[in-house]
Write a protein that binds this ligand. Structure first.
Ligand code: PA5
Length: 394
């Protein structure tokens, strides 16, 4: 279960907000976006492939960048224990250009049974393309071409892109990134679902939560309108604040979702994140006392662990909650309004709910900003220069 508090640490009452503009625009637009349909048709084939992968490797390596890996990592990190490695271990590559990372990774994989999922909708993105070239060499040397074909899975566009002919030529099993679903909205497609299922988590439960969110949009309308009103009051930075470090990758996904969807045409709220209580002893000073431009969206999750602190006559979970509420109160007094989203536990169902909730809000908020949430023309700025320079300096 998830509860939303948009009231206690806010300037205005919710009743004062007019939600009609968002609702009307949404009713006109909703069938334009593939992710909104929550299409489950791939679930059976994902689950049977995931079970084959789980039984045949020690390491499942996911190669992708941006929307092609962040959603899967967000869910897997949130649901995994802090210590110990489950089999298979799910690792990620292709999201940076570190030579050390690739060298250490290949070293680590030498004596492991490995399977690989390269994910790129376009198939042209440089970072995963370089990582995949290196890993494919490694795999073919380790296993030979025939066995390698059983160990590499390609998730890409149905009809285009550079990975498609390679997958066909080598005989790799393919999964499709639906044409009408962009990277950062693709967690609940084969892009996110295969790695999540391989990690042993329930994709049915993710869909269950997402469907609940789809059927209960009122909180999402409020959140969207609230952040837009705050933006109009020059609160141009939204801080996603967590009190459970397992959600760190989830806040990275949130930054990507909102940053890439809404930061355009000279507009948009800049998304940042903190891991608390750690960051109260660093950035907390700025939140309380720095330039007045911040608002907080706090994600609080209750723990299933009963850790009782005799000295305080309270559980550690209660102390964590009191810390979160104290911060919200103090920061509100320091001009940082705060919304609090509370999860009763970290589960696939709750994460599925949040994924849909925030995707909806990224879309609805774009109506208010009058921008296209679905493109990312700014990303091409660096890509164009990089591709040109790589060829020139070659
Ligand atoms: O959200 C997006 O669209 C982007 O972050 C893409 O996912 C990212 O650029 C990777 O693109 P591709 O899957 O084509 O390699």
């Amino acid at each position: 279960m998830i509860t939303f508090d948009f009231k206690k640490y806010q300037y205005k009452k919710l009743e004062d907000y007019d939600l009609s503009e968002i609702k009307e625009r949404f009713l006109k637009d909703k069938h334009m976006s593939g992710w909104y349909d929550l299409d489950k048709s791939c679930v059976d084939s994902i689950e049977s492939t995931a079970s084959y992968i789980r039984n045949n490797c020690d390491v499942f390596l996911v190669i992708g960048i941006g929307g092609s890996y962040m959603g899967a990592k967000a869910v897997i990190d949130a649901l995994s224990p802090y210590y110990g490695t489950k089999k298979p271990e799910v690792l990620f590559a292709g999201y940076q250009l570190s030579s050390d990372y690739m060298a250490d990774l290949i070293d680590y994989l030498q004596d492991k049974e490995v399977m690989v999922n390269v994910i790129s909708k376009s198939g042209t993105t440089l970072e995963p393309a370089i990582a995949f070239d290196m890993i494919l060499d490694f795999m073919e040397n380790k296993y030979g071409e025939e066995e390698c074909a059983k160990r590499v899975f390609v998730t890409t566009d149905a009809n285009s892109g550079e990975l498609l002919p390679l997958a066909n030529q080598k005989g790799f099993q393919r999964f499709v990134v639906p044409d009408n679903i962009g990277g950062r909205f693709s967690v609940l497609t084969p892009v996110g679902l295969l790695p999540i299922a391989v990690a042993g988590f329930s994709i049915e439960e993710l869909f269950k939560g997402a469907t609940e969110a789809k059927e209960n949009l009122e909180d999402c309308y409020y959140y969207t309108k609230l952040r837009h009103e705050l933006y109009n009051m020059n609160k141009t930075i939204e801080s996603f604040d967590i009190y459970e470090p397992k959600l760190a990758s989830f806040s990275e996904w949130l930054k990507q979702l909102f940053g890439e969807s809404q930061g355009k045409d000279g507009k948009g709220i800049f998304p940042v994140s903190t891991i608390n209580t750690r960051d109260l002893h660093s950035l907390g000073q700025y939140y309380q006392d720095g330039i007045d431009m911040l608002f907080s969206t706090t994600l609080f999750v209750h723990s299933d662990e009963e850790v009782y602190l005799e000295k305080y006559k309270k559980t550690l979970d209660t102390v964590n909650k009191i810390a979160m509420e104290s911060v919200a109160q103090a920061h509100f007094e320091g001009h940082v309004p705060t919304s609090i989203i509370t999860l009763d536990t970290i589960s696939e169902e709750n994460l599925g709910y949040l994924i849909f909730f925030f995707e909806m809000s990224a879309m609805l908020g774009s109506y208010l900003l009058k921008i296209n949430y679905y493109d990312q023309p700014g990303v091409n700025g660096y890509k164009n220069i990089l591709h040109k320079r790589i060829k020139e300096d070659g």
